[in-house]
Design a binder for this molecule. Structure first.
Ligand code: NAD
Length: 340
């Protein structure tokens, strides 16, 4: 039945059930690195929740999963307060939804800054674990998971085992303080080997490389993390002091100069047509990459326009994730996990 025709009590009951279900799946995914359903199934539940809330805003509470960045802080780690909040991303699942998102962003920019032209920055949406690196005067002083967006888990010792992450930034001029955000991932070609060794050791294999990355990084013993071939790409900054950049792409140039791993695949594009071509290109080549991707991230490049668009409590309004259609492989791997 379309939502408007469902009696109120039934809808409220469905809503309550969905909230609980989404919470349960988030816990299994973020805290235990062991999802109970595929990402596509989870996304469907989340979408239904958003749909009910769009039609019945009176149901939305501050602790609805749609108002929060998913993920908690496990008691196994020391909690860390991020200096600036970390966000999730709004998802779109079709060209029509992306067209509508771009039209909305452009209209909002036009109303606030008439005559601005928007430059887009497109990137691969790396299927890994979000990590926040804090550098003070060029030295890595702390690394944390995203957690609930405000508080993450201290994983500094584990992150120090990843060779592509510098302890000291290159060059002589660094910001006094900067939070650098990125994705730690498990390289695709190493994933099958890891799972074989897990099975040989009598352990359940990981459902996908994303869970392998999270499981490897969120270890109590850094020596275990050090045995895993983890890698990272950085894709944003949080709090900053003494950093002079006007755009996301200018920032990437600085990050690269400092020796941080910036993905070689991002593009700065002047037209929406080129954004669509970028999406189509990687839709065809998503398995030719070092890491798994589950979509493309599209960002407004200019920091001034990013500030004009702002954030919700969960996502920035200046960025969107275009999600590729789900693939069979996820479900098959989940089957393996269940069978072992
Ligand atoms: P998300 O993973 O969809 O998107 C937000 C994150 O994308 C950011 O935090 C960032 O770390 C990351 N990201 C990757 N590449 C990026 C780039 N180039 N630029 C910017 N950010 C980039 O959001 P989420 O809120 O963490 O989780 C939702 C995802 O997790 C969905 O894909 C969902 O299916 C999955 N999930 C699955 C289950 C399950 O049970 N299977 C449960 C919870 C979440």
């Amino acid at each position: 039945l379309p939502a408007e025709e469902v009696p109120d009590d039934a809808l409220k009951e469905e809503y309550g059930r969905l909230v609980e279900e989404v919470r349960r799946h988030r816990f299994a995914y973020y805290n235990e690195n062991a999802p109970l359903v595929s990402d596509a199934e989870f996304d469907e539940l989340f979408r239904r929740l958003e749909q009910i809330e769009a039609e019945h805003p009176e149901l939305i509470s501050n602790d609805s999963p749609t108002q929060e960045v998913g993920g908690d802080v496990s008691a196994a780690f020391t909690p860390v307060q991020h200096l600036q909040r970390m966000y999730s991303l709004e998802d779109v699942f079709s060209r029509e939804e992306l067209d509508a998102w771009v039209r909305r962003a452009e209209a909002s920019i036009e109303s606030q800054r008439p005559g601005s032209s928007v430059t887009w920055l497109t990137e691969l949406k790396i299927d890994g674990l979000a990590v926040n690196l804090l550098y003070r005067n060029g030295e890595l002083v702390r690394a944390a998971t995203r957690g609930d967006g405000s508080t993450g888990e201290d994983i500094t010792h584990n992150v120090l085992t990843i060779s592509s992450i510098p302890r000291t930034l290159k060059g002589s001029s660094h910001p006094t303080e900067v939070e650098i955000r990125g994705e730690v991932f498990f390289p695709s070609k190493e994933f099958a080997r890891l799972n074989e060794s897990m099975v040989e050791a009598g352990k359940a294999p990981f459902a996908n490389p994303r869970n392998a990355a999270a499981g490897s990084l969120r270890q109590k013993d850094p020596a275990l993390t050090a045995k895993r071939p983890l890698d990272m790409y950085v894709h944003g900054i949080g709090a900053r002091e003494g950093l002079d950049a006007e755009s996301q792409s200018e920032t990437y140039k600085l990050l690269e100069q400092w020796g941080l791993p910036v993905s070689p695949y991002f593009k700065v594009l002047a037209s929406y047509g080129e954004v669509v071509q970028f999406i189509e290109h990687y839709g065809e080549h998503r398995h030719d990459l070092l890491h798994e991707i589950d979509g493309i991230v599209i960002k407004v490049d200019s920091f001034a326009l990013q500030r004009a668009l702002g954030h919700t409590s969960r996502v920035p309004r200046w960025s969107v994730a275009y999600k590729y259609p789900p693939e069979e492989v996820n479900t098959k791997l989940l089957d393996i996990r269940v069978n072992v």
